[in-house]
Design a protein around this ligand. Structure first.
Ligand SMILES: Nc1nc2c(ncn2[C@@H]2O[C@H](COP(=O)(O)OP(=O)(O)O)[C@@H](O)[C@H]2O)c(=O)[nH]1
Ligand SMILES: [Mg+2]
Length: 305
């Protein structure tokens, strides 16, 4: 399956609800009255695209209707192009250091998919011929260390782990040493989940990052905030708070396979101006997709290029 088909099948819950609504509204009313445009807006909001994006789409649909009339008006196409336009201004490639390992820190609240995403990313890099190392810096929970070690065994990727309740900064420090020794291209740091509202925990994260930078200048080179795609508006608050503490370089939106609100990807990127770099579409190692704006926009509105 190519990227487009995979993402399309992963976000079916969102697209089928959305398309069904759009079709219903568009086929029922021969003229696009104010009423049907309002319904259209509600459908877009229902998919969590956010008010500014929904309004932009409605304005484009209205403008097209006024200039060309009802015949041949393709609401799906207009919406997809507006979404693509609003998404494609930022680079979504994973940062790559040319000298030494690229250190990627995965941050976020509990349960969003940090550990799984770290493993998936390491697997992706390894599949591309790179050398990946994983670091278990979530030392708050013994189970978290075990979880990453299991992934390491399953995917054949070395995992640097400290003891339960060890200082996460010390584990990160050791992991950089190990990554350098192994000539790794990427080191993925799995950090403990923390609520963005807990000041102490957020300061601890800042410290972990400072220690990395002292060990390897510029590290972490990439800080990815992992967000649960079904958490809606709250995801935006999380991103704002995390961005204050550690400059986020990208977002990973997970669990898009389980929600009908996949449009949140658009709302989040639009609101924050931080690129969505990957989307999580399942629990298996391959269920992580690099984010491609055009494909996502087309999949969202069930358009085939
Ligand atoms: N369906 C689905 N489940 C996911 C995805 N990413 C993570 N999960 C699941 O979400 C749960 C929490 O993931 P975990 O990586 O432990 O989250 P963490 O607390 O942020 O480290 C696990 O059961 C994962 O299998 C995804 O993209 N789709
Ligand atoms: Mg975890």
């Amino acid at each position: 399956m190519g990227f487009f088909d995979k993402i399309k099948s992963a976000i079916t819950k969102t697209t089928s609800a959305l398309s069904h609504e759009i079709k219903r509204i568009v086929t029922r009313s021969p003229r696009l009255t104010g009423n049907s445009l309002e319904e259209l807006e509600a459908a877009l909001l229902g998919a969590d695209l956010g008010l500014p994006m929904a309004q932009q789409i409605i304005a484009a649909v209205r403008a097209a209707y006024e200039s060309q009339g009802r015949s041949g008006l393709d609401v799906f196409e207009i919406a997809a192009r507006e979404v693509e336009k609003s998404l494609s201004s930022v680079s979504t490639a994973l940062i790559r250091q040319t000298d030494g390992p690229t250190v990627v820190s995965l941050v976020g609240i509990n349960g969003t998919g940090k550990t799984t995403t770290a493993a998936k990313l390491a697997h992706l890099i390894q599949g591309q011929g790179g050398i990946a190392v994983l670091a278990a810096c979530d030392t708050f929970r013994a189970a978290a260390i075990e979880q990453l070690k299991l992934w390491g065994t399953r995917l054949n990727i070395p995992v640097v782990a400290g003891a339960y309740q060890a200082d996460p900064a010390a584990v990160a420090h050791d992991a950089i040493t190990a990554a350098l020794a192994r000539n790794a291209t990427y080191l993925f740091i799995d950090t403990a989940g923390r609520l963005h509202t807990k000041h102490n925990l957020m300061q601890e994260l800042a410290k972990v990052h400072r220690v990395m930078d002292r060990k390897l200048a510029g590290a972490p080179h990439e800080v990815l905030l992992v967000l649960d795609g079904s958490s809606g508006q709250n995801a935006i608050n999380q991103a704002r708070e995390f961005n204050k503490i550690c400059k986020l370089t990208g977002l990973v939106i997970t669990k898009l396979d389980g929600t009908s609100k996949g449009g949140v990807v658009v709302a989040i990127q639009r609101e924050l101006g931080i690129p969505v770099k990957f989307i999580g579409v399942g629990e298996q190692p391959d269920d992580l997709q690099p984010f491609i704006a055009r494909d996502f926009a087309n999949a969202l509105f069930e358009i085939r290029d």
